[in-house]
Design a protein around this ligand. Structure first.
Ligand SMILES: [Zn+2]
Length: 639
């Protein structure tokens, strides 16, 4: 029996043993909570056939599908990306659609974009935005030109005829171009290095907005901080680049024999079965004759991806490329020589991170994973991530495991990042907590410790986690959406439910919503359903409000030499948590105690009788500092 189990057993006995009239009922309460307490049921949307009361997709669950066939050409000199695409949009909804919305996210770089106007106020601002954004040269369906109305980063297109419900299709073509800004912006960009420019390209093509059962068309603009909410679909993408370039992308490369030399292809095939990292294009080969296939003019790289929510790629003549295999998944790293020697470890880092997530939560759902070094500090896309670290090993593993962790949240469990950053950044930061120690000397992030979180939570007027990220105080994005969410789930796992009970529920959440789109209410419901516990108090205290925790020991009374002592505890904040404390006795021994959160059901003040004749010299709440108690001065009593 573990120490924890023993403790639970003892508390059970303490709670339910018959109480004689001379004894105090356990625990005795006073000072009732005001009505509308922290324990009241949450006001969640009514369950329905799409999203049931257990927080799972119901029998009528549907989502839209958007498949893309894209041809794009990158001009290195002008930094122009020019493409044409065919979108096959499948309307699986029960609603007829007589207009559709698309995202033109490159328009954030226009000088008059909302993102530029808000620059300085948002966490990720578009300072110095300039350029023309996305130039759409034609929109048509079956050869018939269509009207497009553009409003900032979104545009409306009216199909020639209404798209039928329950499987109707709209097939249309868009031709477009844009110039990659010469400054480094968040999430993508270009960086000029000694052996060429590294292009990291994302949000680079007109993409379908999401139509769903909760909001209809999701048309929130791209302002900067709020990320993406996209449809699953298949991508068939042909990328034409200068012959000197190596391209890595979302998806499986279809024509390795055409874009690699025979020797490189041989090494790549070997790497696909190797635990050890194998150089496909080594540092000494970059920029040399014979390192690229013979011939003149550009080369076209062909990638195909299925069940992905977007498509990103990177292209450069400066890329060194290495690869290995993790259980059949091709793991690659593409980086310039400026990233040496650190990046020789990148592929093994990516293997380590993926192995950890596979084991703990859910198998990596794709056949390829690539880490890219370039201008972007850290950004995630399906099967490909951008990591900027070049010096620190802990920094590179930390960013790598974070960005690849996003292939679970939100690439697999496809949430609306523009509204609910905590469901991707926070859940990912939570799984990162257990992945970081998998690489030597990485450790946890200090800002997420309970003590640091308590310091942060002492501030007035903090926004709750559920705030739309574009509306957050720009200084608070990281700590509220990432760290506070991660710490909340850690506390739920380790202090409230226990690891086995939490993991069962959290894995169910991933399984049931894999390749689907949950909303916050679905998460709250599913965790309660699968963990078997009413957690309204937890969601309200930690996620829905900016409540604070302040547990206090008020007094300890003990009659000399007689059995029985009495400790009075109070919960002085709006947040509630289980109560854990230790008692230190005069003989130096220490006992550990825990009471369930339900002790605060009727009161914020409890009396706990302790059966002992030993002298109590100290009582300490949460002695290991597992909770962010905002006032630790009242956590200890000593004689
Ligand atoms: Zn992230």
């Amino acid at each position: 029996m573990s120490k924890l189990m023993l403790l639970v057993a003892l508390l059970f006995v303490a709670s339910f043993c018959p109480v004689s009239s001379a004894q105090t009922p356990f625990p005795r309460v006073s000072k009732a909570w005001p009505t509308g307490t922290i324990f009241a049921p949450l006001d969640l949307p009514a369950p329905n056939a799409m999203r049931n009361g257990a927080g799972s997709p119901g029998p009528a669950y549907w989502q839209q599908q958007a498949d893309y066939v894209i041809e794009v050409e990158l001009n290195e000199q002008s930094r122009m990306l020019k493409g044409k695409e065919r979108i096959t949009y499948v309307n699986n909804s029960p609603d007829e659609l007589d207009y559709v919305w698309i995202h033109l996210e490159q328009n954030i770089f226009k000088a008059d974009s909302i993102g530029a106007q808000l620059s300085g106020q948002t966490a990720i601002g578009m300072k110095n935005a300039s350029g023309d954004g996305m130039i759409v040269t034609s929109v048509s369906s079956m050869g018939e030109a269509l009207q497009m109305s553009m409003y900032g980063t979104i545009a409306r297109i009216v199909p020639p005829k209404t798209i039928a419900a329950n499987g109707g299709q709209f097939v249309f073509d868009i031709a477009w171009s844009f110039v990659v800004p010469d400054k480094v912006f968040r999430r993508f960009g270009a960086e000029k290095l000694e052996q060429g420019i590294v292009f990291e390209l994302a949000q680079w093509f007109p993409a379908m907005a999401v139509y769903d059962d909760v909001y209809g068309w999701n048309t929130l603009p791209y302002i900067g901080t709020g990320e993406f909410y996209t449809n699953f679909g298949s991508y068939d993408v042909k990328i034409t680049v200068p012959r000197s370039h190596i391209v890595v992308a979302t998806g499986v490369l279809q024509n390795a024999g055409e874009v690699f030399t025979a020797e490189q292809k041989k090494r790549r095939d070997l790497a696909a079965k190797s635990d050890e990292t194998i150089m496909v294009c080594g540092p000494s080969e970059v920029g040399t004759q014979g390192s690229r296939p013979d011939g003149d003019g550009p080369l076209t790289w062909h990638f195909v991806a299925h069940k992905v929510r977007t498509f990103a790629f990177a292209s450069s003549s400066a890329f060194i490329l290495d690869a290995a295999s993790e259980n059949g998944i091709l793991i690659q790293s593409a980086y310039p020589k400026e990233a040496l020697p650190l990046w020789k470890k990148s592929t093994q880092m990516l293997k380590t991170a993926i192995r950890g997530y596979n084991k703990r939560w859910f198998p990596y759902p794709y056949p390829v994973a690539t880490n890219v070094n370039g201008p972007e500090g850290g950004m995630e896309y399906p099967m490909i991530i951008f990591c900027g670290a070049r010096k620190s090993e802990a920094g590179l593993y930390g960013v790598t495991t974070h960005e690849i962790g996003h292939n679970w949240f939100p690439m697999l469990v496809n949430t609306d990042e523009r509204r609910h950053a905590w469901m991707d950044e926070g859940f990912n930061s939570f799984i990162n907590l257990y992945s970081r120690p998998d690489w030597p000397n990485v450790g946890v992030r200090a800002r997420g410790t309970p003590a640091n979180m308590a310091r942060f939570m002492r501030q007035e007027n903090l926004a709750p986690i559920v705030t739309q990220p574009d509306r957050l105080d720009r200084r608070h994005l990281g700590i509220i959406e990432y760290s506070k969410t991660a710490l909340g789930l850690k506390i739920l796992r380790e202090e409230v439910l226990g690891a086995e009970r939490f993991d069962f529920a959290f894995k169910k959440y991933i399984q049931r919503w894999a390749f689907k789109s949950p909303r916050p209410a679905d998460f709250f419901r599913l965790m309660e359903d699968a963990a078997g516990m009413d957690l309204a108090w937890f969601w309200r205290g930690w996620f829905l409000t900016s409540s604070r925790l302040d547990q206090a020991v008020v007094s300890v009374s003990q009659r000399k030499k007689k059995e029985g002592a009495k400790i009075i505890f109070e919960n002085r904040g709006a947040m509630v948590m289980p109560l854990k404390w230790t008692i230190t006795y005069g003989d130096g021994s220490v006992s550990e105690h825990r009471l369930a959160v339900e002790i605060w059901f009727n009161s914020n003040r409890i009396e706990v009788p302790i059966k002992t004749t030993r002298k109590i010299v100290q009582v300490t709440i949460d002695p290991k500092v597992r909770l962010p108690d905002v006032n630790r001065a009242n956590n200890a009593w000593s004689d």
